[in-house]
Design a protein around this ligand. Sequence first.
Ligand code: S3P
Length: 168
Amino acid sequence: MSNPSLILVGFMGTGKSTLGKYIANQNSLTFVDLDDYIVDKTSQNIPEIFENKGETAFRELEYEALQETMSTYDIIATGGGIIEYAPSLALLRNAKGVIWVDCEFDTIFSRIKNDKNRPNAKNKSFVELKNLYSKRVSRYNEIAFKKVNSIQTVEVLSEEIFQLLDCE
Ligand code: S3P
């Protein structure tokens, strides 16, 4: 596989990292979660970065991380807000193997509500988060060549994704 073969995009709580890790393990491929990469690189956790440097600085770090990992990893799980930053969006628009991981918003909400480690989910109501989700959907749709529903098992999703990649 050439780098990267698969870039998972989608809203917080849809299961991008779990899925990416599973596919990588099963196929002896390299995997990176961009949030983890940024945390390692800055020695700060995501809430600390948001608090100390602000969201725009985080988006710049995320863009750098995307650039660096696109040439070095097989599978990348991106953060849900990566499409908020024009340079990252442009990079993803031209990338191959971008798949949108999605599921019912009720499921997403139950997973991310009041998550202390997700500054954009913390202290947000159902309606506020649903509005953010609705605002982002068209961008995921624009950059991804296919969408998968993460309500299915990782085994089923993994097979589905390999078939989709073959057809891209
Ligand atoms: C964010 C999503 C998070 C993380 C940060 C911001 C967002 O990633 O990058 O908290 O704005 O949607 P996950 O999608 O992995 O939760």
